[in-house]
Design a protein around this ligand. Structure first.
Ligand code: PLP
Length: 337
């Protein structure tokens, strides 16, 4: 199957498995895993923050960040397409006792003009606004990324109101690839940053929460409390480390293939797309007739996997295990649909 359902469907390569096999390990609950310790510091240095904590998933990483930044009864501002609002099982309400205030931005991105009027007062009966939560790139927004200027403007607003900024950087790698923004910049605009190694980068498991050394030290306790303390995780950290070195540089090609695919969709009779919405590896397109579910089934019969993303909307996600030959076969299928 040519699997474009998600950039999480990649399989570890032989070379990645070898890197995992060779990794020195120790018990990470005792903070004794040398590979995890080195990798956490490598990522902290790369993103300009003091420390990092390896966790099993992007959801746990996002939720630990929100937990560290808030008190029960606080409110956080997020685009209505945000992953933390749509796909994390209401975890912020359950685990942190906080409320999400959603805004209708553009393709998952919010602006100071939208955010400022939504900031509450601190009287007794308001939920207290505590965090502005951003996603970069946006998943449900179709892979859109923030410019440096947009991020700086949001940081300035947050500082003016004494708010924190959390950045869900599950696909920060795609944002960096396309924007050429240096990774350390993100540490200057985010109080907490969550990054993933299992989306597009091709590691089998793993995300990281990055912040100040003090917050990361406290987060270790909550990671354990939430069941995320793991033992010889050097095996997993080695896969993530390998992915940063060897798969991150391939993302430019994923983005090129996504754009070529979008051009074919645009030229097709059956589907609709505005090609300018394709900024990274995610392509959202629409059926002109019939349902997305029927179209996805028809593609599945041709051994091509897409995701249903709405009544008539389909998502295709490119990753390094989709080749140019695969792309040619997919385009042929689109043309005959
Ligand atoms: C933007 C974003 N944040 C967070 C996550 C959560 O990651 P995980 O599935 O590892 O919990 C995802 C998953 O796709 C995502 O797209």
């Amino acid at each position: 199957m040519i699997d474009l359902r998600s950039d999480t469907v990649t399989k570890p390569t032989q070379a990645m498995r070898e890197a995992m096999m060779k990794a020195p390990v120790g018990d990470d609950v005792f903070a004794e895993d040398p590979t995890a310790i080195a990798f956490q510091q490598r990522m902290a240095d790369m993103f300009g923050l003091e420390a990092g904590l390896f966790v099993p998933s992007g959801t746990m990483s996002n939720q630990l960040c929100l937990y560290m930044l808030t008190n029960p009864g606080d409110e956080i501002i997020v685009d209505e397409l945000g992953h933390i609002f749509n796909y994390e099982g209401a975890a912020a309400s359950v685990l942190s006792g906080i409320q999400l205030r959603t805004l209708r931005g553009t393709r998952g991105k919010i602006t100071p003009e939208l955010i400022e009027p939504a900031i509450r007062s601190t009287n007794e009966w308001d939920p207290w606004t505590r965090v502005i939560s951003l996603e970069n790139t946006t998943n449900k927004g179709g892979g859109a990324w923030y410019t440096k200027e947009e991020l700086l403007a949001i940081r300035e607003l947050a500082d003016r109101y004494g708010l924190y900024v959390h950045l869900d950087g599950a696909r920060i790698w795609n944002a960096i690839t396309e924007s050429n923004i240096e990774p350390a910049f993100f540490g200057t605009i985010a109080d907490t940053l969550s990054i993933c190694f299992s989306k597009g980068l091709g590691a089998p498991v793993g995300s990281m929460m990055l912040s100040t050394a003090d917050r990361v030290r406290k987060t270790r306790r909550y990671r354990k409390m939430w069941g995320g303390g793991m033992r010889q995780i050097g095996i997993l950290a080695a896969a993530a480390d390998y992915a940063v070195d060897h798969h991150f540089p391939l993302m430019k090609e994923d983005h090129r293939r996504a754009r070529e695919f979008a051009a074919a969709i645009h030229a097709s009779e059956a589907f609709d797309i505005d090609p300018s919405t394709v900024e990274t590896n995610i392509v959202l397109f629409d059926c002109k007739q019939g349902t997305a579910s029927d179209a996805v089934q028809a593609f599945a019969a041709k051994n091509i996997g897409f995701s249903v993303f709405g009544h008539q909307r389909i998502r295709a996600t490119f990753h390094f295990q989709i080749t140019d030959d695969d792309l040619a076969r997919v385009i042929e299928a689109v043309q005959t649909m």
